[in-house]
Design a protein around this ligand. Structure first.
Ligand code: UD1
Length: 418
């Protein structure tokens, strides 16, 4: 158990070098097994979820190691097509190994991925799409077995632009005969990042970043070197922290367009924001005002992953803000915890109303999930006195050395383990 201690009330000032993207790294780690090849990945964050993916790769028979922010994978020795239940449980995105294993081995055996923190997280879209590529799928005794003698390119229409399903289809399609067209594809930057890796691995991908993505067959390439994009959600989190606590922070090595919807609301709340090519500077006096209705949506809409951290930034904002969550059914789990600090949040189904309060007072909280946990740290940074967040290592799943990063910016925060 990690215990985060925060003494609130300090302004944040300085430079935050944005970490590499967790959600872009994970599908690329899965893609590294598509053929017998070596991948060298730069800017990979050091996180629990990345460790879990590397353990899966080693279990499958690959060499996989991380040194600082570089990951090296040699997938020639891959000799298994199944992922044990314990490894599946460690990380929900282990499900994207399904498409990659099917492509490489013609078979994938795994159990449904872990966790239901944010509500139901079915994988029906993934399975239906793989069936359309020619896979036979059995679900028995808690195991999902996908097999395909031959995968055939197909035109697949997704009824909802699921990020994971789009990634799984792209991975499986690299071994399909002929072209695969995904209509209604997710448009997130992480999809473009996966496409860029696949292109380097010798696969023609067009349209990534739009709702129609076309994937050709993978030609064999022996070595791929690829740099992971910046983590737009980590950037959004630090931006929300500086907005709420007050300060002057420069986010470096980031693509401002990837989280412009978050910056839009922070500007509306009263922050001064200047964006340059690869950096964002945010100034805030810590006295924000409420913002117009926020609605989470698939990219390029407002990201569901940034919803809890924006909520935390609005707790002391003058006026009433409203957030509607359309992506996950249970993503306001941070709200009851934030109320312990004195926040005024009312949740009714998928809508949360936040009425700004004058002051928040330190309290003991329990991190409910990764982004909810980050929201609690932000609230702690602007609460009076000491806040303690008990965390079953959720925050470490997504934020690299977050306590140290915030300390560099001047926050009074430290972590202990128990
Ligand atoms: C990815 C991100 C996650 C982010 C989410 C939405 C990774 C590792 N995770 O998750 O951080 O919050 O995108 O931006 O990149 N759904 C179905 N059936 C399916 C698949 C999804 O009903 O087969 C539903 C889900 O229950 C959810 C919605 O679609 O309500 C969004 O899910 P999806 O886009 O697939 O998210 P993930 O890929 O799991």
């Amino acid at each position: 158990m990690d215990i985060w201690h925060i003494r609130g009330g300090r302004r944040l000032e300085g430079v935050y070098r944005v970490q590499g993207s967790k959600n872009a790294s994970l599908p690329i780690l899965a893609a590294s097994i598509l053929g017998p090849m070596e991948s060298e990945l730069q800017n990979v964050p050091q996180l629990r979820d990345i460790d879990a993916a590397l353990r899966i790769l080693r279990h499958l028979g690959c060499e996989a190691e991380q040194r600082d922010n570089e990951v090296y994978i040699k997938s020639e020795g891959l000799c298994r097509s199944g992922i044990p239940h314990e490894l599946m449980l460690e990380m929900r995105s282990s499900v994207i190994f399904m498409g990659a294993l099917l492509a490489r081995c013609g078979e994938a055996r795994l159990s449904p991925p872990g966790g239901c923190q944010l509500g139901r997280r079915p994988i029906d879209l993934h399975l239906n799409a793989l069936r359309q590529l020619g896979a036979q799928i059995e679900e028995s005794g808690g195991e999902i077995i996908c097999r395909a003698g031959r995968l055939r390119g197909a035109e697949i229409r997704l009824p909802f632009p699921s990020v994971g399903a789009t990634e799984n289809i792209m991975l499986a399609a690299t071994a399909a005969e002929g072209e695969t067209v995904i209509r209604g594809a997710a448009r997130e930057p992480e999809i473009e990042a996966l496409a860029a890796y696949l292109e380097r691995a010798g696969c023609r991908v067009t349209g990534a970043g739009t709702d129609t993505v076309t994937i050709g067959e993978l030609r064999r390439v022996s070595h791929v070197s690829h740099r992971i994009i910046a983590d737009r959600i980590a950037a959004a989190t630090v931006a929300c922290a500086a907005a709420a606590a007050g300060g002057d922070v420069e986010l470096r090595n980031v693509e401002p367009a990837h989280f412009s919807t978050v910056l839009h609301f922070l500007k509306q709340a009263g922050c001064v924001i200047m964006t340059e090519n690869r950096s964002v500077r945010l100034r805030s006096d810590g006295r924000l005002c409420a913002v117009g209705p926020v609605r989470t949506e698939p990219y390029p809409g407002f990201p569901t992953d940034a919803q809890p951290v924006l909520m935390a930034a609005l707790l002391r904002a003058r006026g009433r803000s409203e957030i509607t969550e359309t992506i996950f059914e249970n993503r306001f789990r941070q709200a009851p915890e934030l109320r312990r600090l004195g926040a005024d949040i009312t949740v009714c189904r998928r809508r949360a109303v936040i009425r700004g309060v004058e002051r928040l007072c330190g309290a003991e909280l329990n991190a409910t999930d990764l982004r909810g946990g980050a929201a609690m740290l932000i609230a702690g940074l602007c609460a009076e006195g000491e806040t303690l967040v008990r965390d079953r290592e959720h925050i470490r799943r997504g934020y690299e050395r977050f306590d140290a990063c915030l300390r560099v910016l001047g926050a009074d925060i430290w972590m202990t383990e128990s």
